[in-house]
Write a protein that binds this ligand. Structure first.
Ligand SMILES: Nc1ncnc2c1ncn2[C@@H]1O[C@H](COP(=O)(O)OP(=O)(O)OP(=O)(O)O)[C@@H](O)[C@H]1O
Ligand SMILES: [Mg+2]
Length: 426
């Protein structure tokens, strides 16, 4: 439970936020801190309607505070209307001054609505721009994305069919993050360029540069392609629509072309967002298979839709990934303006991956030596090595991992890989 002193700051934060938001047309949903926004989100308007009213129940639900009424008694500038349990600021300036004196700068600097107000308040060190940077925008919220899906589909059945083709993730639900991935210089610079392109869409449109925003990730299995696409969604707070190409072969083939069009409509309505086509080589496989007319039609619909979508005009960033680039023909390649390589990690990258994965685990290991012994291993292989090492240690009731644990799992892993290769050679 939140202590009374802390609770007072929360109540005041909410009341001030509501009042500033209600009065200023310059502010929109992106300025509300996400937990306040989620609470007041109205799926009908796909946003937060003005005015926001604050009740005792709102405070309880947003902050998990139970003793709201007793907290309010200690705040001379808050009035509790017993009927309806609505809370109001009696004198706005008093509340504003009280919060400014509470040593709650962190709260203000992570709430753009408050930062907007306090930026020019006395000598408080507050920046609206900085607060906006740390606050998640509306597009990161699951609630907003769901309301968009419902808007696009006439009924639950349609939504269900659509969701068989795509998996939609809200940035707030994505687990992968750029911080945990070890990226090459080229990958980092390409991600920065994506950020710049997103910020400068209207400039790029004005100068007529449309060949931006379609990237194909190419590299061996386990080199971070899927994780990177998801992490980019989280980093830029862009909803992620993952297309499952293998679902195209489902029994609903007749409906598929229609559904593909719908996926692209959805992408446009969620814009800016990421449309991620994983295992893109599936396209090539269906082209060489000669039966399945409907399947080919579906894939052609997909390729045509890819041609027509644009980051600059529609705000849709298209990412695709493959570990079989040799299967793709020129027609597929030419649809991308950038091929981004995901190579097997070199010595230095392997060492950094090991360090990152082991960072929360107690160890006594020589990472450099391990990195030297794992030439040709992917990031995913390195994770598996550590998994084995940790589980083997747990079998012996140990939580500290030493060099031998990992050397042993490298040896086992090497054996597993060579057995696997032999089974193919036979
Ligand atoms: N460079 C890396 N840094 C940190 N972790 C990595 C890296 N590469 C891969 N991993 C980890 O390995 C696991 C598998 O990665 P991921 O699924 O993204 O690979 P992929 O390239 O999509 O593989 P596939 O081609 O088989 O689909 C993930 O947990 C990911 O975080
Ligand atoms: Mg993948």
């Amino acid at each position: 439970m939140v202590s009374e002193k802390l609770g007072a700051a929360e109540v005041t934060e909410l009341l001030l936020t509501a009042e500033i938001y209600n009065k200023s047309e310059k502010l929109n949903e992106d300025d509300l801190p996400s937990r306040i926004r989620k609470h007041y989100f109205d799926p009908l308007v796909k946003g937060v309607k003005r005015p926001i009213y604050v009740t005792v129940a709102d405070v309880q639900q947003i902050y998990g505070i139970d003793n709201v009424k007793s907290i309010v008694k200690g705040l001379p500038f808050v009035d509790l209307e017993e009927f309806g349990s609505q809370l109001r600021l009696t004198v706005f300036e008093l509340g504003a001054k009280w919060l400014a004196n509470q040593n709650e700068l962190e709260k203000i600097n992570s709430n753009p609505v408050l930062a907007f107000f306090y930026e020019n308040y006395n000598s408080l060190n507050v920046s609206y721009e900085e607060a906006k940077k740390v606050n998640k925008p509306l597009s990161a919220d699951r609630e907003w994305i769901n309301s968009k899906i419902n808007e696009l589909c006439n009924d639950a059945k349609q939504a269900e069919d659509l969701l068989k083709l795509v998996h939609i993730k809200a940035p707030e639900d994505v687990r992968d993050s750029l911080e945990t991935l070890v990226l090459t210089g080229e990958q980092i610079s390409e991600i920065k360029k994506i950020g710049k392109a997103l910020e400068n869409r209207s400039y790029l449109r004005d100068v007529g540069l449309y060949e931006i925003g379609k990237l194909l990730f190419v590299g061996p299995p386990g080199t971070g392609k899927t994780s990177a696409a998801r992490a980019i969604s989280k980093w830029f707070s862009l909803p992620l629509i993952e297309v499952r190409l293998s679902m195209i072969t489902s029994q609903y083939l007749g409906e598929t072309s229609k559904n593909i069009d719908k996926v692209f409509d959805l992408a446009k309505s969620l814009c800016p967002c990421i449309l991620f086509v994983d295992e893109f080589d599936f396209v090539a496989k269906t082209r060489t298979a000669d039966d399945h007319g409907a399947l080919k039609r579906a894939v052609n619909t997909l390729l045509k839709a890819i041609d027509e979508i644009s980051l600059v005009e529609d705000g849709v960033l298209l990412l695709a990934a493959t570990n079989h680039p040799q299967l793709l023909d020129y027609a597929a390649w030419r649809r991308f303006d950038k091929i981004l390589n995901f190579p097997l990690p070199d010595l230095e990258m392997r060492q950094t991956i090991l360090e990152k994965v082991l960072s929360k685990i107690e160890t006594n290991v020589n990472m450099h030596e391990l990195a030297k012994l794992t030439e040709g291993y992917s990031g995913s292989d390195l994770r598996l090595i550590i998994r084995e090492g940790v589980l083997n240690a747990l079998l012996e009731d140990r939580r500290k991992i030493d060099q031998d644990d990992l050397l042993r799992s490298i040896q086992d892993f090497g054996r597993r890989v060579s057995d696997y290769r032999r089974s193919f050679a036979a």
